[in-house]
Design a protein around this ligand. Structure first.
Ligand SMILES: [Zn+2]
Length: 391
């Protein structure tokens, strides 16, 4: 990768042709149209919310360094900002009169009303810019290492930058747009923030059939220059429709589940939504179910894998009491304190196991209605307990 240090571009030059998109809250262009300020980053303009844009101007007035700015060279005399878009947007917004500075008396001063010498000082301030040229993987690896200051970009934000193009632009219009009226519905199943790309990320994970970073990047890379997002959109809608069609109820524990994987595994299995709903209600009302998040996959899988529900285990006091009682009876009768061992004819049929060699077992399984209390508890040797658990 080539990097070139440029130190003679001034604030005035970089702000030439500055366009601020109020709707999306981002600076678009600069450097007389040669620079794309916020291409596909979709880092909305957080500086304004945080009042940090004024401090950028104060830094210029005081002669403080603004820090390094990184451009990605994308064509002959065409650039995108890789890092520094917030600072450049602040400069552009100030020079185009979008916000004032306040003096010690709290009076606002817009750029156009500043004394000539101050205007000149701002205009002539030079920036320190690294212009980088490289392939995607290089830019990406390098981008991660510079991404240390300010609010760190998450993986998807970086990927949007690296794979910027028509696909990402279209995808963001749908999945990164908080004005999209579908967000409310989607938020029942998807966790995270729209403007931090969490919804787009989820949609990509689903269509890529993987939550792995590389798989998602791979998908973005392959579709980078697609001019439509049909596959992404269709797949996403299929998953959402499947969830809302299968589960009538919307529970808070549904948010952020691995719906992509569940859809892949179960969408060819027929379900009766009314029965599913009944089962959800039953499991939600069962005190033995510790993991409500597991309820949905448990039902989809035909109510087999109770591990998903993290069924409440017996208390130590219960297990100890049962152990004492079983052991006392066993010693009197000269048989093993494991009820299953005592039925056999081998050496273990008379063996008295220690407490830590035994585990508690539901006499009647939880899935068959057995409670997790002392009346339904028996202690089995570890071997027999495992054998029973596997049935
Ligand atoms: Zn046993």
């Amino acid at each position: 990768m080539n990097t070139t240090l440029v130190t003679d571009i001034t604030v005035e030059q970089i702000c030439k042709g500055f366009v601020y998109n109020k709707l999306e809250g981002k600076g678009l262009f600069g450097l007389s149209g040669k620079l794309v300020i916020q291409p596909e980053y979709q880092r909305n303009y957080l500086y304004a919310e945080n009042k940090r844009e004024e401090s950028v101007i104060h830094s210029v007035l005081k002669g403080y360094p603004l820090g390094l700015i990184y451009f990605n060279k994308v064509g002959n005399d065409r650039y995108e900002i890789l890092d520094g878009q917030q600072r450049v947007t602040s400069l552009g917004r100030f020079l185009t009169g979008k916000f004032p500075l306040f003096d010690a008396d709290g009076k606002p001063h817009y750029y156009s009303g500043l004394p000539d010498d101050i205007i000149r000082k701002i205009n002539e301030t030079t920036l320190t810019i690294y212009i980088c040229e490289g392939d995607e993987s290089e830019i990406k690896a390098w981008y991660k290492t510079i991404n240390i200051a300010g609010i760190p970009l998450n993986h998807q934000e970086i990927s949007n930058a690296v794979y910027s193009g028509p696909f990402v632009t279209k995808a963001k219009e749908k999945f990164s747009n908080s004005q999209n009226s579908n967000i409310q519905k989607w938020s029942a199943y998807i966790r995270g923030k729209v403007n931090r790309q969490d919804y787009l990320r989820t949609a990509l994970e689903w269509v890529a059939r993987s939550s792995n970073d590389d798989a998602v990047d791979d998908y973005m890379s392959k579709h980078r220059f697609d001019t439509n997002i049909n596959e992404l959109e269709t797949y996403f809608n299929s998953v959402i429709d499947w969830i809302s069609g299968t589960f009538i109820d919307v529970e808070s524990e549904m948010r952020g589940l691995e719906w992509g994987r569940l859809f892949e595994t179960y969408h060819n299995t027929p379900y009766d939504p009314a029965k599913v709903s009944e089962m959800v209600r039953k499991l939600y009302g069962d005190v033995a179910v510790k993991s409500r998040k597991g309820v949905f996959e448990y039902i989809l899988g035909g109510c087999q894998d109770t591990r998903l529900l993290d069924i409440r285990v017996f208390e130590d006091s219960t297990k100890k009491a049962v152990y004492e009682q079983q052991t006392n009876v066993a010693k009197e009768s000269g048989k093993s304190n494991c009820p299953l061992c005592s039925l056999g004819n081998d050496n273990n049929s008379k063996r008295i196991w220690k407490y830590n060699e035994m585990d508690a077992d539901h006499v009647t399984a939880w899935s068959k209605g057995g409670a997790t209390d002392i009346n339904n508890c028996q202690m089995l040797c570890v071997t027999h307990n495992r054998a029973k658990g596997n049935k």
